[in-house]
Design a protein around this ligand. Structure first.
Ligand code: TA6
Length: 300
């Protein structure tokens, strides 16, 4: 759909308009009574979310590129329909293809409390079907209010069951990594990617002082990012998710990635709600699975 048609069909006064950036990517720009946010139609990728009077909640790299077919560094990349490398084909893209293909707007509405609701559907084509030969639909529903609510809804529209891996690979904005502790995963088991996926049990709150890349398994716990520098806590409440991934690439890996910016990794942490590794979801024919998260801020 063209920019004009999107604005004609889906823009809402005092809530939402669509804009096109230089590279040709189109963004939904939300500006309502509670917050601002922007969402790229490519990947249904939430790039920013900032409640009024607050620092940004979501981290977006200063060097993020908005290029067709490329994932954006920061925001809320959608990992779907697998998380990490593909199970048996290493040539397929890591974290699936959903984050780099076009999605369409299905619905937008202003809610009675002043929030803005948007829903998006992934557009299938021959390339996506070749990578994922299962009949299915996936939608993202986003409510931008004082809090940000995100739901990823997958339906098996075929006749055979399939295994689904997924995550909302959310990058959170923090004052400095030395000022933050993640709580909620104490006593959970995790697989440590930095140590060849060895299994450990988390003892205390998570403090990050070097590369961290962990899949916490079989946990439905709410997580809290306590940030002494910003004097706030970000709450991450989730449903339909049994894995939580915590990631910070630290200096060397971030430098190699080239799109973090100097010391960019110090101002972010990923706390990802999903279903990965031993928690992948088996979806029977006709079944729908919903992964839902709410990100909210509390002053400390
Ligand atoms: O979720 C953590 C992780 O899987 C890391 O291993 C890491 O390299 C990363 O996601 C970022 O992946 P990307 O493909 O976006 O560069």
């Amino acid at each position: 759909m063209t920019l004009n048609a999107l604005n004609h069909n889906f823009a809402i006064a005092n809530h939402l308009q669509f804009i096109e950036v230089d590279s040709g990517l189109i963004f939904a720009e939300i500006n309502n009574a509670h917050a601002t946010a922007s969402i790229a139609l490519q990947g249904a990728h939430i790039a920013t979310f900032q409640p009024n009077g607050e620092q940004p909640v979501i981290w977006l790299s200063k060097l993020a590129k908005f290029a067709p077919g490329k994932s954006i560094r920061g925001g809320v990349p959608i990992c779907w329909p697998w998380f990490g490398p593909h199970k048996n084909d290493s040539k397929l893209p890591g974290h699936g293809y959903a984050r780099t293909v076009p999605w369409e707007v299905l619905e937008t509405k202003a809610l009675a409390d002043g929030s803005t609701f948007l829903s998006f559907g992934l557009i299938e084509n021959d390339t996506t079907r070749a990578q994922w030969p299962h009949e299915s639909t996936v939608q993202l529903e986003v409510t931008v209010g004082k809090a940000l609510r995100v739901e990823l809804v997958t339906t098996n529209t075929g006749k055979e069951s399939f295994e689904l891996g997924e995550a909302l690979h959310t990058y959170f904005h923090i004052s400095d990594v030395a000022q933050m502790t993640i709580r909620g995963l104490e006593q959970c088991e995790y697989l440590d990617k930095v140590k060849d996926f060895a299994r450990f049990t988390q003892q205390d709150g998570i403090v990050i002082e070097s590369e961290v890349d962990r899949v916490y398994v079989s946990t439905t716990a709410e997580c809290v990012i306590e940030d002494k520098g910003l004097k706030r806590a970000i709450h991450i409440a989730k449903q339909g998710s049994n894995s939580t991934v915590v990631w910070n690439p630290w200096t060397e890996k971030a430098d190699k990635m080239g799109d973090f910016g100097k010391d960019g990794h110090r101002g972010m942490v990923c706390v990802e709600s999903g279903n990965a590794r031993e928690n992948v979801v088996t979806l029977a024919a006709g079944e729908t699975h919903k992964l839902a998260v709410v990100y909210s801020v509390e002053k400390l």
